[in-house]
Design a protein around this ligand. Structure first.
Ligand SMILES: [Zn+2]
Length: 463
C-alpha cells in the first residue's frame, strides 16, 4: 500500500514548506515538490498542514487509582487520542507493592492486548525497591525497551517513595541509560496539611489546592534536581504548574544540567477559582499538582516558548464526575485525582498558542511531538516527517472552527475541562504507520491495530 499526501504545508520542528509526502508501506519514503509517483491512494492536502503525529509522554489508561479505576481503557483513551491527532503515547505501568516489574508489565500488556488503536510504550512507575530483588530487575528494563523510570514524591500511603528509593533509582538510571521522571510535590508536608484541613471541617474541592501550595512543588522539584545531579542521572519533571518549579528548572538548565520539564494543557487554561464551581463542579478540576493562581499561566507560556519546559503532555487520567469524582463529595481528599484531555491538546495549543501568537507552529510541533520523541527514545522513527520515519501524520485544517464539548468527545468521561470553547483548527485525517486511522470523523481501524513500541535508551536513536 502506498499513499501520496499532495500539496500540504509540511511542518516539522525546524521547517515549513509546501511539499508532497510519499508513503510506502509503514514509512515515509520521499518528500518533495510535485512528486511524480504512482500511489495506491492520493490525499489532497491543499491548504492544510501536514504535521508529525502528536506524541503524549504522560497518560494513565485503565489505571486503578484513588479507590476506583480510570474510566478510559486503552481503546477509548486511544480513540480519543487518534481523533485529537495523537498517534503515539507512553503510558505509566505502575508497580504494585511487593510486585516484580515483570508482573507489573505483564498486567499492563494485557490491558492493551487486542485493544490498541494507536502505538504506545510504557514508563515503569517504581513504588517498591528491594535489595537483590526489584533493584536488580530495574536495571534490566531498558534492554526491554522500557527506558524511563517514574517516581512519585507525593501520594503518601499509595504511590509515594522516600528519598532513598528516589536516589537509588537515579543511580540505577545513571548506569542503564534510563530517564528518571518525577512527580514533584512534597507528599509528607501535603499529608499534614490535608489532615489539618479535614480536622477543621474544610472538605470542599478548593482545599485540594490550598493543601498543596506551589512552594511544595518548587521544593520537591529542586530536591529531585539536586539528587539527580549527584546520581548523574538525566531528569524529567512531569506536569510543572507554577513559577516555583519553573524557576528551579531554569536554574538547572542555565547550567546545562541534564534536566527537562513538561507542563500539561490544562495548566494553561484552568486556575484555582475553578475549584469553586457550584454543585461540586469544582471536582472536575481536582488533579495533582493542583490548579494554581492564574498568574502562573503566563509563566508557563514563557517557559514553553523559551525551552525552559520542553514538552506539553495531557496527564490524561479520566474519571466520571457523576459516580467517581462524587466519592469525595464530603471529603476533597477522596476525590479521584485526574482529568481527561488526550483529545484536546493539539487543538487547544494550536488555537491559544499558535493562532494567538504565543508560540510558532514549529515550536508547537517540537513541544507536542519532536521533543517528547527525542527525550523518550522514539526519534527519529517517530516525532518528525522525514524519509525513513514512520508515516505517523496528521492532516490538520488550520481554518476549520470547532467547539470542544463532552457531547462529542471520544473519552468516556462525562465532562470536558474546556467545555464550550471554540477553537480554529481541527484534525482532518490521522495516519499511523501509513494507515488512515481517522478520516471523515470516523475511526477507520479495529482495536488491535496499535503496536507496542520498544523505546531506545536515553540519548540513543530509534531507527
Ligand atoms: Zn500523571
Amino acid at each position: 500500500m502506498s499513499v501520496l499526501i499532495k500539496g500540504g504545508r509540511v511542518v516539522t520542528a525546524a521547517d515549513s514548506t509546501v511539499a508532497d509526502v510519499f508513503i510506502e508501506g509503514e514509512r515515509i519514503s520521499l518528500i518533495g515538490a510535485s512528486l511524480d509517483v504512482d500511489a495506491d491512494r492520493v490525499i489532497d492536502a491543499t491548504g492544510k498542514l501536514v504535521l508529525p503525529g502528536a506524541i503524549d509522554p504522560h497518560t494513565h489508561l485503565d489505571m486503578p487509582f484513588g479507590g476506583t479505576v480510570t474510566i478510559d481503557d486503552v481503546t477509548s483513551g486511544q480513540t480519543a487520542a487518534a481523533f485529537g491527532g495523537t498517534t503515539c503515547h507512553v503510558d505509566f505501568c505502575i508497580q504494585g507493592q511487593g510486585q516484580s516489574f515483570a508482573e507489573a508489565l505483564a498486567g499492563w500488556h494485557e490491558k492493551r492486548e487486542g485493544k490498541a488503536i494507536i502505538d504506545n510504550g510504557f514508563h515503569i512507575a517504581v513504588t517498591d525497591l528491594t535489595d537483590g530483588g526489584t533493584l536488580e530487575e530495574l536495571a534490566t528494563l531498558p534492554e526491554q525497551g522500557i527506558t524511563s523510570y517514574k517516581l512519585f514524591m507525593a501520594y503518601q500511603g499509595a504511590l509515594m517513595v522516600d528519598d532513598e528509593t528516589l536516589f537509588r533509582t537515579m543511580q540505577v538510571a545513571a548506569e542503564t541509560g534510563a530517564l528518571v521522571m518525577v512527580h514533584a510535590e512534597n507528599g509528607d508536608a501535603i499529608d499534614v496539611l490535608v489532615r489539618e484541613a479535614l480536622a477543621a471541617g474544610n472538605t470542599a474541592p478548593r482545599y485540594h489546592a490550598l493543601t498543596r501550595p506551589p512552594e511544595l512543588e518548587g521544593e520537591a522539584t529542586n530536591r529531585a534536581i539536586q539528587l539527580a545531579r549527584i546520581a548523574g542521572a538525566p531528569l524529567y519533571v512531569v506536569h510543572v504548574t507554577c513559577k516555583n518549579a519553573v524557576d528551579a528548572i531554569r536554574t538547572a538548565r542555565d547550567q546545562n544540567w541534564a534536566v527537562w520539564g513538561e507542563t500539561c494543557t490544562q495548566y494553561f487554561f484552568t486556575d484555582i477559582t475553578d475549584l469553586d464551581e457550584p454543585d461540586f463542579g469544582g471536582a472536575k478540576y481536582v488533579f495533582s499538582p493542583p490548579v494554581r493562581d492564574k498568574s502562573n499561566q503566563s509563566v508557563l507560556w514563557d517557559a514553553v516558548r523559551t525551552d525552559v519546559l520542553s514538552a506539553i503532555s495531557t496527564d490524561h487520567c479520566a474519571f466520571l464526575l457523576d459516580g467517581q469524582k462524587t466519592m469525595g463529595k464530603d471529603d476533597f481528599s477522596k476525590i479521584p485525582n485526574g482529568a481527561p484531555g488526550l483529545e484536546d491538546r493539539l487543538k487547544m495549543i494550536h488555537h491559544f498558542g499558535v493562532n494567538e501568537g504565543r508560540i510558532t507552529l514549529n515550536r508547537m510541533v517540537d513541544l507536542l511531538s519532536t521533543s517528547p520523541a527525542k527525550l523518550f527514545g522514539l526519534y527519529p522513527r517517530k516525532g518528525t516527517i522525514a524519509p525513513g520515519s514512520d508515516a505517523d501524520i496528521v492532516i490538520f485544517d488550520p481554518n476549520r472552527k470547532t467547539i470542544i464539548s463532552a457531547m462529542t468527545q471520544h473519552s468516556k468521561s462525562d465532562y470536558n475541562l474546556y467545555e464550550g470553547t471554540e477553537v480554529t483548527g481541527d484534525v482532518d485525517v490521522t495516519l499511523i504507520r501509513g494507515t488512515v486511522v481517522v478520516e471523515d470523523g470516523v475511526l477507520q481501524v479495529e482495536p488491535g491495530f496499535g503496536q507496542f513500541v520498544e523505546r531506545a535508551k536515553f540519548g540513543e536513536q530509534l531507527l
